[in-house]
Write a protein that binds this ligand. Structure first.
Ligand code: NDP
Length: 483
C-alpha cells in the first residue's frame, strides 16, 4: 500500500473583521486630517494587493503635529495627575484587548507576519505594555527615587518624536507611546512606510478612549517625514528603532542640540548551544530565534554557535525540524513563516545569501513551495561559516541562519562578542553556573538562557555598541522620558 501523505487543510482567519478605508489622512490634534503632500500606497506583501492610500506628511504637516503635541503638553497632559493619565492608558489597553482580533488581522495583512504570531505574541504584548505603564503613571517618584526631591514626582521631557520600523509595527508603537504618555509627555509618531495601518487603527482607539486631542499624533510617510520630525526644533526627545545607518544619521542631526535621544538599532545575536544542552529544546529555541517573524527581528539569533562535539547531531535535528515549517499565507492559522515585508527587503536577503554562497559557506533549505505572488524566502541555513564571512557579520534581517562551531566556553564568548552589535544573545546549557558566567561575559543587552525571543514589558531591552543606546521596557524605560 502506498504511503498516505497527510496535508494540512487551509485554516484561514477571516479578514472580514477589518474595515480598511480606501484612503487615510494624518492623525493630528485628535482628528484625521488631509496632508499637504502626496500620498502613497500600502500593500499586502503576501499578495501585492493595494490595501489603502496613505497621506505622506511633509514638513508643514509635521510642524502642525508637533504644535498640537506642544499645546496638549502645556495645557493638559503635563498638568494632569498621574492617576488620571493612568485611567486613559488602562482604557487604551482594554480597548486593544477588545479589538485584538481586528488588530492582529490588520497587522498580518499589512506586514506579512503569520496570524498566530500577531494574535498570540504581538497584540497581547502590546496590551501588556499599556497595562504595565498605566501602573507606573502615578508612581513615578518610586521609579526614580534619586532624580527629584524626596516624594516629588520626576518631570516629563515635553514633546517626543518617535520613529518606528516595519517589523513589529504595533508592538514598537506600544514600546514608544506607553512609557512616554505614562510619564506625562505627548508624542508625534511616524510609522514605517510599508506598515502604517495598525498605527492608524491605534489612532481610532485613542479617539475611542477619549484621549485629549494632541496627546498622540500619527504622521505617516517615508524617510523624509522622519527627518522632518527629528529635525523639528520643538521636539524635546527623539526615540528611534531601525537600522544602524539611519540611527547614526539621527545622532548626527541632534548632536549639539538639547534633544534627548534613545536609539534601538540592529543586531547579530549569537545563540550558543553547549554539549550538555537539552538538544530538542535547543532546536525549538533556534527555530524561534531565527524564523520567528521571518527573521525580521533586531534581536534574532542569526548566528548559531554550536559546540563542535554535538554539531552534527544538532544540525540533523535542526534540518528535520526546519522541514516541518510551513511557509505561506500569513492569515492561515497553520502558517509558521509568512511573507517578507517588501521587495527591497527580499532583494537584500537574496543578495546576502548569494554572497554567503560565493564566500564558500554551504547553503541549505528544506523543500518548500513558495506562492507565486508576493515576497517570499524559504527558511535557510548556512554551514561552514567563518567569522569573516559577511553573513556572519551583517544583519540579514530575514529567515537565514549562519552556523559556526566552537570548542571551549572562552572560544564561544570570543566569537559571540566578535560583532559590531550587542543587542541580545542566547545560551543553552544544563549548568546554571555556566549560564551566569556566560551572561557576565557576553556583551549584549539581553541574554536569554535556555529560551529565546521572550519579551515582557517589565524587562528592559536595549543594546551595546552599534545596537544603540538607552533602554526600553521596565522601570528603566521610564528614565528615557523623564528629566
Ligand atoms: P530604516 O532604519 O530606514 O527605517 C526605520 C524607520 O526610520 C522607518 O520609519 C523609516 O521610514 C525611518 N527613516 C528612514 N530614513 C530616515 C531618516 N533619514 N530620518 C528619520 N527617519 C528615517 O530601516 P529600513 O526599513 O530601511 O530597513 C533597512 C535595514 O535596517 C533592514 O534590512 C534591517 O537590516 C535593518 N532594520 C533593523 C531594525 C531593528 O529593529 N533593529 C528594524 C528595521 C530595519 P521608512 O520606513 O518610510 O523608510
Amino acid at each position: 500500500m502506498a504511503d498516505t501523505i497527510f496535508e494540512y487543510a487551509p485554516a484561514p482567519e477571516s479578514r472580514s473583521i477589518v474595515d480598511i478605508r480606501p484612503s487615510y489622512g494624518l492623525f493630528v490634534d485628535g482628528a484625521f486630517v488631509d496632508g499637504h503632500g502626496k500620498s502613497f500606497k500600502t500593500i499586502s506583501p503576501a499578495t501585492e494587493e493595494v490595501l489603502a492610500e496613505v497621506a505622506e506628511a511633509d514638513e508643514a504637516d509635521v510642524d502642525l503635529a508637533v504644535k498640537a503635541a506642544r499645546r496638549a503638553y502645556d495645557r493638559v497632559w503635563s498638568k494632569m495627575p498621574g492617576r488620571e493619565r493612568a485611567k486613559y492608558l488602562y482604557r487604551i489597553a482594554r480597548t486593544i484587548q477588545e479589538r485584538s482580533r481586528e488588530l492582529a488581522v490588520l497587522e498580518s495583512l499589512d506586514n506579512g507576519k503569520p496570524i498566530k504570531e500577531s494574535r498570540d505574541v504581538d497584540v497581547p504584548t502590546v496590551a501588556a505594555h499599556f497595562f504595565y505603564y498605566a501602573g507606573w503613571a502615578d508612581k513615578l517618584a518610586y521609579a526614580m527615587p534619586h532624580s527629584a526631591g524626596r516624594g516629588a514626582d520626576p518631570q516629563p521631557l515635553g514633546v517626543a518624536g518617535q520613529i518606528i520600523p516595519w517589523n513589529f509595527p504595533l508592538l514598537m508603537l506600544a514600546w514608544k507611546i506607553a512609557p512616554a504618555l505614562a510619564c506625562g509627555n505627548t508624542v508625534v509618531l511616524k510609522p514605517a512606510e510599508t506598515t502604517p495601518l495598525t498605527a492608524l487603527l491605534f489612532a481610532e482607539i485613542c479617539q475611542q478612549a477619549d484621549l485629549p486631542p494632541g496627546v498622540v499624533n500619527i504622521v505617516t510617510g517615508a524617510g523624509a517625514t522622519g527627518q522632518a520630525l527629528v529635525g523639528h526644533p520643538d521636539v524635546d526627545k527623539v526615540a528611534f528603532t531601525g537600522s544602524t545607518e539611519v540611527g547614526k544619521a539621527i545622532a548626527r542631526t541632534v548632536a549639539g542640540t538639547t534633544k534627548r535621544v534613545t536609539l534601538e538599532l540592529g543586531g547579530k545575536a549569537a545563540n550558543i548551544v553547549f554539549d550538555d544542552a537539552p538538544l530538542d529544546q535547543a532546536v525549538e529555541g533556534i527555530v524561534n530565534g531565527i524564523f520567528f517573524n521571518q527573521g525580521h527581528v533586531c534581536c534574532a539569533g542569526s548566528r548559531l554557535l554550536v559546540q563542535e562535539s554535538i554539531a552534527d547531531e544538532l544540525l540533523a535535528k535542526l534540518k528535520r525540524r526546519m522541514s516541518t515549517l510551513r511557509v505561506g499565507d500569513p492569515l492561515d492559522k497553520n502558517t509558521d513563516i509568512g511573507a517578507i515585508n517588501s521587495a527591497e527587503q527580499l532583494a537584500k536577503i537574496r543578495e546576502l545569501s548569494e554572497i554567503g554562497e560565493a564566500e564558500g559557506a554551504g547553503r541549505w533549505s528544506p523543500e518548500c513551495e513558495l506562492p507565486s505572488n508576493g515576497f517570499w524566502f524559504p527558511p535557510t541555513l548556512f554551514t561552514g561559516v567563518s567569522q569573516a564571512h559577511r553573513i556572519a557579520r551583517e544583519e540579514i534581517f530575514g529567515p537565514v541562519l549562519s552556523v559556526l562551531t566552537f570548542r571551549t566556553p572562552s572560544e564561544a564568548v570570543e566569537k559571540a562578542n566578535n560583532t559590531p552589535y550587542g543587542l541580545s544573545a542566547g545560551v543553552w546549557t544544563d549548568k546554571g553556573s555556566r549560564i551566569l558566567s556566560m551572561a557576565n561575559q557576553l556583551r549584549a543587552g539581553v541574554v536569554w538562557a535556555n529560551t529565546f525571543n521572550k519579551f515582557d514589558p517589565t524587562s528592559p531591552f536595549g543594546g551595546y555598541k552599534e545596537s544603540g543606546y538607552g533602554r526600553e521596557g521596565g522601570r528603566h524605560g521610564l528614565e528615557a522620558y523623564l528629566k
